[in-house]
Ligand binder design. Structure first.
Ligand SMILES: Nc1ncnc2c1ncn2[C@@H]1O[C@H](COP(=O)(O)OP(=O)(O)O)[C@@H](O)[C@H]1O
Ligand SMILES: [Mg+2]
Length: 255
């Protein structure tokens, strides 16, 4: 059965697109048939994260009724299927975000997972994406504004009857000023599935236009994303890669 999973946060820059591309790529590595879809209609950038910035048909054309979703689906060299959004301002004219639910239903039956990368904020674009999905994976950073916004996302999901899978706590720097996992869980009311450290490898991977699980599969940050994918898919997975030692973490911070 196809699972429609929205990656949402309420705030920009938390790492939604990073989580979508990496968890999508990891799910594909685990042998599932996965589609990632860019439902960030005003500021789409999933295509950049995956190295496919230009395409003739996009989600905007599908939402306008000018194309079928299969025409706007591109196969990444990892096997992951990608539905990008249009990049020009004209793409926004006559686009009907409320059609997203029907568009997603058109995918049901075939893939195992459709991951929906959603927009920042809790405007119509994000609400549509949450309502159109069966489940939501919440991305938050370990600070009060981010966690407060994540809580709003969770409340919206609950109102919409969309199941909350849990929280990916991203950009963890291990500073004393940060909220810890227990604090985040008690504020949001759902489990933190994984902590992902703040790491320069994510910027490097973005510059290389690849998910980090492809760019540096043997890095411990990649292991974290595979860990999220395993939990989402209910797959038993033993991480194999050791964390960086304390010394290299300190050196990285100094750099
Ligand atoms: N764990 C991380 N460590 C370092 N940089 C990160 C991390 N997660 C995301 N980023 C960077 O932060 C920026 C915003 O991430 P993005 O996934 O686009 O956020 P969102 O989709 O929530 O707006 C990108 O440049 C991305 O490479
Ligand atoms: Mg994004």
């Amino acid at each position: 059965m196809t699972r429609l999973v929205c990656v949402s946060s309420g705030k920009g820059g938390t790492g939604k697109t990073t989580v979508t591309s990496n968890v999508g790529a990891a799910l594909t590595q685990f042998g599932t048939d996965t589609i990632v879809l860019d439902a960030n209609l005003t500021n789409p950038n999933l295509g950049f994260h995956l190295g496919i910035p230009l395409y003739p048909k996009t989600l905007h054309d599908v939402l306008k009724g000018d194309a079928h979703i299969t025409e706007a689906m591109y196969i990444h060299n990892s096997g992951l299927r990608v539905v990008p959004a249009g990049l020009s301002i004209e793409d926004l004219v006559d686009t009907s975000p409320e059609n997203l639910s029907d568009v997603l239903l058109d995918t049901v039956g075939e893939p195992d997972f459709v991951l929906v990368d959603s927009a920042a904020g809790l405007g119509n674009e994000s609400i549509n994406a949450i309502e159109a999905s069966d489940e939501v994976l919440v991305v938050a950073n370990p600070n009060l504004p981010s966690v407060t916004d994540a809580l709003k996302t969770v409340n919206l999901a609950e109102d919409a009857g969309t199941d909350v899978l849990g929280v990916v706590l991203n950009r963890v720097k291990e500073h004393d000023s940060e909220l810890d996992v227990n604090e985040v869980e008690s504020m949001i009311g759902y489990d933190v599935l994984m902590e992902v450290p703040e790491h320069g490898k994510l910027q490097e991977a973005l510059a290389a236009k690849k998910p980090v699980v492809h760019h540096e599969p043997d890095h411990h940050v990649s292991e974290r994303f595979r860990g999220v994918a395993a939990q989402v898919a209910g797959i038993e997975y033993e991480p194999e890669i050791e964390e960086e030692g304390f010394l290299s973490r300190v050196l990285q911070r100094l750099r």
